[in-house]
Design a protein around this ligand. Structure first.
Ligand code: AMP
Ligand code: MG
Length: 317
């Protein structure tokens, strides 16, 4: 692939422009290479999931150049401020409440009211973020189920056909993902172990920190569930029409849809709209949400995964 560019001021400026336009750009950080997109652009974020071929919508980490910028998108308690002051820039991601007016794509947070934020310590990564002037959603730059990329060549092998550009700044210094610390609830919890050791977090917090299992199937203690967004109303899949009282969330050529994820049957558009439309329909105006059939291919698998979880709420949650 010849979209690999050595990371320098010129390629950074070009990458920043591509990101602002909604294209995908892979870039190095001190942890692993990230697959970046404009976090405020639903379609750009949907393309991340398409490129990774992820079977589910996990929330993504939003990268910003400094803690001040992070405060525009997330709510910092005094504890979060202290943790950020101590460990940012660095390999620590903080899960915090989203500001209601943050402008971030709902897909970035997978519909949750929280957002994961990080300020990388990689100088050139921060230059890119500053130059882009927008928050960048970036999961690890690998196909789903494969190893995280720690060189530009890894990215090119796995995602070369899906990205507009790969910025190359050599191998990542840490080579492990960031540690994810949830500070959105009263009790801080590590959601993922990573580049910042647990001991350092415990030293900062002045005591032991809870460890949440990120594994959906593992036993969980209350309050430590891997959270998923689900509307408060009952959801019915594979519906051809709405029943009385239901809103109809359409896909493709559907008559009388209350909202349509994609009238043209485009799965990227449908993924981009999914969480925003579910939120919009989750009002007392209806007592249920019926959803048109979504094909079980490409991004349709991730859409159906989320709808299935939402439909099962009340049975299993
Ligand atoms: P990746 O993007 O592949 O580096 O993975 C990001 C990690 O952060 C995953 O383990 C996510 O589940 C976790 N994460 C991101 N945002 C949130 C959030 N709002 N709440 C809980 N976990 C999150
Ligand atoms: Mg990953």
């Amino acid at each position: 692939m010849d979209c690999i560019a050595p990371m320098n001021p010129k390629s950074i400026a070009r990458a920043a422009e591509l990101l602002r336009r909604g294209e995908l750009v892979a870039f190095p950080t001190e942890t692993v290479y990230g697959l970046g997109a404009n976090a405020t652009n639903d379609t750009a974020v949907a393309r991340i999931f398409e490129a990774k071929n992820r079977p589910s919508f996990n929330p993504l980490i939003v990268h910003v150049p400094d803690p001040e910028t992070a405060a525009a998108y997330a709510v910092f308690t005094p504890m979060a401020e202290a943790i950020a002051a101590r460990f940012w820039p660095g390999p620590l991601t903080l899960v915090l409440p989203r500001r209601p007016d943050c402008g971030l794509s709902r897909l970035t947070s997978a519909g949750l009211d929280t957002v994961a934020m990080r300020v990388p310590s990689h100088d050139r990564a921060r230059q890119l973020l500053r130059s882009a002037g927008i928050p960048i959603a970036a999961p690890s730059a690998n196909r789903s189920g494969l190893l995280s990329s720690t060189t530009a060549e890894h990215v090119a092998d796995q995602l070369g056909d899906h990205v507009s550009m790969i910025l190359d700044d050599g191998p990542c210094a840490i080579g492990l993902e960031s540690t994810v610390l949830d500070l959105s609830e009263e009790t801080p919890a590590i959601l993922r172990q990573g580049g910042l050791p647990q001991e350092e977090i415990e030293d900062a917090l002045g005591g032991p920190v809870a460890i949440a299992s990120a594994d959906d199937d593992a036993p969980k203690s209350p309050g430590m569930l891997t959270r998923h967004y689900a509307p408060s109303q009952p959801l019915r899949m594979n519906a051809s029409t709405a029943q009385p009282g239901e809103a109809l969330l359409g896909f493709g050529r559907v008559m009388e849809a209350t909202k349509n994820l994609s009238p043209d049957g485009d799965l990227v558009e449908a993924a981009a709209n999914l969480f925003a439309f579910l939120h919009a329909l989750d009002t007392p105006d209806h007592d249920g949400i019926a959803v048109s059939p979504i094909p079980e291919t490409g991004l349709g698998r991730a859409i159906n995964d989320r709808l299935r979880r939402a439909a099962a709420v009340g049975e299993t949650d």
